[in-house]
Design a binder for this molecule. Structure first.
Ligand SMILES: Cc1ncc(COP(=O)(O)O)c(C=O)c1O
Length: 187
C-alpha cells in the first residue's frame, strides 16, 4: 500500500460488537470478567481501552513499529521512558531540545540520581565520545524545537546498537509522514 492509503486505514478494524467501521469512544472504566482474569482483553480502562488501542495500532502502523503505546501528552511519554532507568544511569541527550524535555530532565529526574550529558547530537561523533559504562539511554530530538537542528538518526542508532544502549527519538516535529525513526535503526 502507498503511504497515503496506509495512513487512512492504519489500525482500523470494524468494531466487533456492532460492526461500526470507526471504533467508538468507549467511556467505560471496568469490563465484565467471566472469572478473575478471564475476559476479552479489556479489564480496566487505565490498563486497556478499545479506543486507545485503535490509536496505538494506527500509530504502530504508520511508524512501522510492532506496537504502539499512547499517552495523554508527549511529556507523559518522556516521563515513562526515563522511568525505565535507575539512579546512577546516564543519558546522552541533545544540548538543544524542547524546553519541557530539558526541564523534566534537569528539574525532576536529576534529583533522582539520573545523570544527563548534553552534547551537540548533530555530530554523531559527540554522542560516541560521551558513551561510558553507565550510559543506558541516548535521547535525540530531530528536528529540534525550535531551532530545527537535524541529527542523523541512523548514525546515532549505530552508536547505540554497538554499545547496547537504548535509543529514543523525539519525532514530534517531522511526524511519521516525513520521518520514521524505526526504519533507520540497524537490525
Ligand atoms: C519536540 C517536542 N517534544 C515534546 C513535546 C511535548 O509534548 P506535549 O506538549 O504533548 O507534552 C513538544 C511540545 O511542543 C515538542 O515540541
Amino acid at each position: 500500500m502507498k503511504p497515503e492509503t496506509r495512513f487512512v486505514h492504519a489500525g482500523m478494524q470494524p468494531d466487533p460488537s456492532t460492526g461500526a467501521i470507526m471504533t467508538p469512544i468507549y467511556q467505560t472504566s471496568t469490563y465484565v470478567q467471566e472469572a478473575p482474569a478471564t475476559h476479552k482483553g479489556y479489564e480496566y480502562a487505565r490498563s486497556q481501552n478499545p479506543t486507545r488501542k485503535a490509536l496505538e495500532d494506527a500509530l504502530a502502523e504508520i511508524e512501522n513499529g510492532k506496537f504502539g503505546l499512547a499517552f495523554s501528552s508527549g511529556v507523559a511519554a518522556t516521563d515513562a521512558v526515563i522511568k525505565l532507568l535507575a539512579p546512577g544511569d546516564e543519558v546522552i541527550c541533545a544540548n538543544d531540545m524542547y524546553g519541557g524535555t530539558y526541564r523534566l530532565f534537569s528539574k525532576i529526574f536529576e534529583r533522582f540520581g539520573i545523570k544527563f550529558i548534553y552534547v551537540d547530537t548533530t555530530d554523531s561523533g559527540n554522542v560516541k565520545n560521551a558513551v561510558t559504562a553507565n550510559t543506558k539511554l541516548i535521547w535525540i530530538e530531530t528536528p529540534t524545537n525550535p531551532l530545527m537542528n537535524i541529527t542523523d538518526i541512523a548514525a546515532v542508532a549505530a552508536v547505540a546498537k554497538a554499545n547496547n544502549i537504548l535509543l529514543a527519538v523525539d519525532n514530534t516535529f517531522a511526524s511519521p509522514a516525513l520521518q520514521t525513526p524505526l526504519t533507520l535503526v540497524p537490525i
